[in-house]
Design a protein around this ligand. Structure first.
Ligand SMILES: [Fe+2]
Length: 357
């Protein structure tokens, strides 16, 4: 009997960098994660004659490095530019054609935070250290009176949707003199630090990512949840999808820990309660014990970070209340990607790079 050829083709073939951004000065933030562009202007990329090639290449770099910082002031970046840029990064890197920018479920909340110009935009999520205190009062009220555990800050964006965000882009318009840093963590490297036998087990698991607070908040405020939210598949108000604990990044073809930890992960499916807790605590322990997998951004006025939620977790640092009178104000757009999947033919980042780190 002839040997059957094993099908090793990936569901999404990894994209190849074409070199169109070689003219940009950059430094890698750490060996494992992050790239910083000290001088590049996003507006120049948007105005380039080969804009599509440059943005596609940037999407590949973001997906390989996890997060990119644009350190030079992006003060000429209008709200529409931020939206267009984020949308194109998702679109040109193979996002499902019917998808677009995320719409926050609670956009209709009367306490919805306006941008610095006083306007709101359904595709823009506003981060405002002052106004945010007034929103989600029900969540604040339930906060335990115990020493804070900042491990709960780690998450990837819109995991409560059937199609979560692939790329998020945050422009920080006002920054405190110190504090308010954001951290990103490599989900690729987290995967690579787990033993092969345990990885194989984790690859069999999915997790429920329930965020019932949206229904509670909309019912309390007597307004309808926004729908659809960047994809025809993000149209209901159940906010309890199941996602793979290990997923494949569609741009690189590399495996990353995904729904195994984070703010939006509520339950590892089909295991007993203590096993659920054990698995999530184990993954969080690997994360908190390995700070070399972190890229940390100290925000400067009008700097930008853009990241791939399929392969990094991120966490804001809630310490700006310690800096009296300071304001941290940012606007974020998020592209909505595909339904997360684990491709059995995908590889780990270290395997792909032949890296020993
Ligand atoms: Fe986030």
């Amino acid at each position: 009997m002839p040997f059957a050829l094993l099908d090793t083709k990936l569901i999404h073939e990894p994209l190849k960098y074409s070199g169109s951004l070689d003219h940009l000065e950059f430094i890698e933030v750490t060996p494992i994660i992050g790239r910083e562009y000290p001088t590049a202007k996003i507006k120049d990329i948007l105005g380039a004659s080969n804009i599509e090639q440059q943005i596609r290449d940037l999407a590949i770099i973001i997906s390989e490095r996890g997060v990119c910082f644009f350190r030079a002031s992006q003060d000429d970046l209008e709200v529409e530019d931020l939206k267009k840029f984020t949308d194109l990064v998702g679109k040109l890197s193979g996002r499902p054609k019917e998808n677009g920018l995320h719409v926050h479920p609670l956009y209709r909340d009367p306490a919805n935070v306006p941008m610095g110009n006083g306007k709101t935009d359904e595709n823009i999520y506003v981060i405002n250290s002052e106004a945010q205190k007034k929103m989600y009062r029900s969540m604040i009220k339930n906060r335990p009176v115990e020493p804070q555990d900042l491990a709960r800050e780690w998450h990837s964006d819109a995991t409560f949707e059937s199609c979560p965000s692939d790329f998020s882009c945050l422009l920080m318009q006002e920054t405190p003199p110190h504090g308010g840093d954001t951290l990103w963590y490599s989900g690729y490297e987290l995967y690579d630090r787990i033993s092969p036998s345990f990885r194989a087990y984790l690859e069999t698991l999915t997790a429920t990512c329930a965020q019932p607070v949206f229904r509670t908040a909309s019912a309390a405020g007597n307004y309808a949840i926004m729908s659809p939210r960047g994809s025809p598949l993000n149209a209901d108000d159940s906010f309890a999808p199941s996602h793979p604990v290990i997923r494949t990044n569609r741009v690189t073809g590399w495996k990353s820990v995904f729904a195994g930890l984070g703010l939006h992960v509520s339950r590892i499916n089909d295991v007993y309660t203590y096993e659920d807790q054990m698995i999530r605590e184990y993954l969080m322990r690997v994360l908190t014990r390995n700070h070399d997998c972190v890229a940390r951004m100290h925000w400067t006025k009008n700097s930008v970070a853009i990241w791939n939620n399929s392969c990094v977790f991120h966490a804001a640092t809630p310490d700006t209340h310690l800096v009296p009178g300071s304001l941290r104000l940012g606007i974020r757009a998020s592209s909505i990607g595909e339904v997360p999947y684990l491709d059995p033919n995908s590889t780990s980042r270290r395997e792909a790079l032949g890296s020993a780190t």
